[in-house]
Design a binder for this molecule. Structure first.
Ligand SMILES: Nc1nc2c(c(=O)[nH]1)N(C=O)[C@@H](CNc1ccc(C(=O)N[C@@H](CCC(=O)O)C(=O)O)cc1)CN2
Ligand SMILES: Nc1nc2c(ncn2[C@@H]2O[C@H](COP(=O)(O)OP(=O)(O)OP(=O)(O)O)[C@@H](O)[C@H]2O)c(=O)[nH]1
Ligand SMILES: [Mg+2]
Length: 460
């Protein structure tokens, strides 16, 4: 891998948000980073300064000699840098124009505009981080709760990487031993070999099973829980959204059919990120606009990880409530009886035999809200044992590959049971090793790598 480094262009990008700010950073990485920066700056000779030092100077247009900005320049020499290449960071005055000018003269001198995520991609290709750590860099940026942030930091620290590396190492050792036994069948080693293989397969299987248990919680923290608030018109869906989000996001009125479009709002519930979706009241209507809203509500209902079905406790249950109760029966849901501050027209038992899934609240009095929060916590985060080393699966890619690895181990064990020749069993074990390697990126196809980094921010 390291031999590729010299072939890389020197890349440049603005690494801070585009817009007005106090200071912006233009980042350069590659073999030419220092000489390129030297050509467009006055002050010290950057190739001569010590690594990890910062210097005052001006950026000038080499052609017109015009001063473009007054800057601070950080010099970080390979290999102890973010990309493991020479890195120069030019701290400009935060205006969009000043920053763009600096980027433009660097491009003019032969730097190439970095692709999204290309700095991090280089950190990966040059072996500083693995694919799970690269993924966590993006997760860090997007984290919306402290818990999500902590989880990403742990993965950035290599928790998942190390666990997978260990499993791969153990598999590799067994495969090597199998080879030896096949090449030197001095004794009756066949039995010994199968015993060794099956023991290792079972061990790894157990550890993968443990790891897979972290997937639900890990993915919810990472990606948020898509939570649809549904119910017939005027039951208090928008009021509930506002209470959960702790802000007046959706319009609330006593007119049935107030919410017509889908309203999305983030809420932090005990550190669990919820992507709340408030919808138009679902019912039969002839109103053209409302009808579209109701159709959208039905779609959101389908897509939700969690459904909050809201009922109005002050009015008798009707046909529309019953239809929704049935429609959502197979989904993960919490039934919410709202308007407890008014006289009640029915009891929780009338709605569901399972009293646990029914919560009584008053959105206006803000009563019972913590019960909803606790219920969500229980439904999605109960009884999950964190791995000792904090390794957690955080996305569908990781989960999918681990499931494949688990299947390969199953094949190993069935193969042994059915008396399959050792070299065939070996193939299944090797498959498992490869699938684990795809998680960390050691055996990942190029297209996957390209696709993964393309989702990153420019300048990261
Ligand atoms: N100005 C600036 N701030 C930044 C970054 C950056 O690139 N530039 N980072 C970018 O995301 C983050 C910091 N992440 C970094 C991770 C590793 C290394 C690095 O140089 N690692 C080397 C040497 C470590 C050491 O000196 O001990 C290594 O691991 O070999 C640098 C930054 C957040 N803040
Ligand atoms: N008494 C009482 N009124 C409530 C409560 N929650 C909401 N309301 C009232 O019920 C009416 C409808 O509330 P919304 O939150 O707009 O209801 P919705 O379900 O979003 O309605 P649509 O968007 O029309 O489907 C408003 O007048 C609210 O003030 C509650 O807990 N108690
Ligand atoms: Mg509404």
């Amino acid at each position: 891998m390291m031999s590729h480094v010299t072939e890389f262009d020197t890349i440049a990008a603005i690494s801070t948000p585009i817009g007005e700010g106090a200071i912006s950073i233009v980042r350069l990485s590659g073999e030419q980073a220092l000489t390129l920066a030297n050509r467009v700056t006055t002050g010290v000779d950057l190739t001569q300064v010590a690594s990890h030092t910062i210097h005052y100077g001006h950026v000038i247009d080499p052609q017109t000699k015009q001063v473009l900005d007054e800057v601070m320049i950080s010099v970080m020499k390979a290999p102890k840098t973010f990309t493991r290449e020479d890195v120069v960071e030019i701290n400009t005055h935060g205006g969009l124009l000043a920053t763009n000018r600096v980027l433009q003269v660097l491009i003019g001198q032969g730097a190439r505009l970095a692709e999204p995520g290309e700095f991090t991609k280089r950190a990966f290709l040059n072996g500083r981080i693995d694919l799970t750590q690269a993924e966590s860099v993006m997760d860090l940026i997007r984290a919306k709760t402290d818990r999500a942030m902590d989880q990403a930091l742990q993965q950035l620290d290599g928790s998942l990487n190390h666990l997978i590396q260990n499993l791969r190492q153990e598999i590799l050792e067994v495969l090597a031993q199998v080879e030896v036994n096949i090449d030197y069948p001095e004794y009756d080693t066949e039995e010994l070999t199968t015993k060794m293989l099956s023991e290792k397969a079972q061990q790894v299987q157990q550890r993968i099973t443990q790891l897979l248990k972290t997937a639900q919680e890990g993915q919810i923290l990472n990606q948020g829980l898509k939570t649809a608030i549904v119910g017939k018109p005027n039951v208090g869906k928008s009021s509930l959204l506002n209470v959960l989000a702790k802000q007046e996001r959706a319009i609330v009125t006593d007119v049935a059919g107030t919410t017509r479009d889908v309203i999305e709002q983030f809420a932090n519930v005990n550190g669990i990120p919820l992507q709340l979706v408030d919808t138009a009241g679902i019912h039969e209507t002839d109103d053209k606009v409302e009808k579209i809203g109701v159709d959208r509500s039905r779609q959101e209902l389908q897509r939700a990880d969690l459904v909050l079905l809201v009922l109005d406790g002050s009015r008798p249950l009707d046909e529309e409530d019953q239809v929704l109760l049935q429609k959502t029966a197979t989904q993960k849901r919490i039934i919410i009886i709202n308007k407890q501050d008014l006289a009640q027209a029915f009891k929780p038992q009338d709605v569901s035999a399972n009293a646990d899934s029914v919560i009584q609240i008053s959105a206006v009095a803000q009563a019972g809200i913590d019960q909803i929060e606790q219920q969500i916590q229980q439904m999605f985060f109960a009884g999950i044992q964190r791995q000792q080393d904090g390794a957690v699966l955080t996305n569908a890619r990781q989960v999918g590959l681990l499931q494949q690895a688990q299947q390969s181990l199953k094949d190993v064990l069935t193969g042994i049971k059915q008396g399959m020749p050792i070299d065939l069993v070996q193939i299944d074990m090797t498959n498992c090793w490869d699938q684990l390697g795809e998680i960390t990126g050691e055996s990942a196809p190029d297209e996957l790598i390209t696709q993964l980094f393309s989702q990153f921010c420019v300048g990261k």
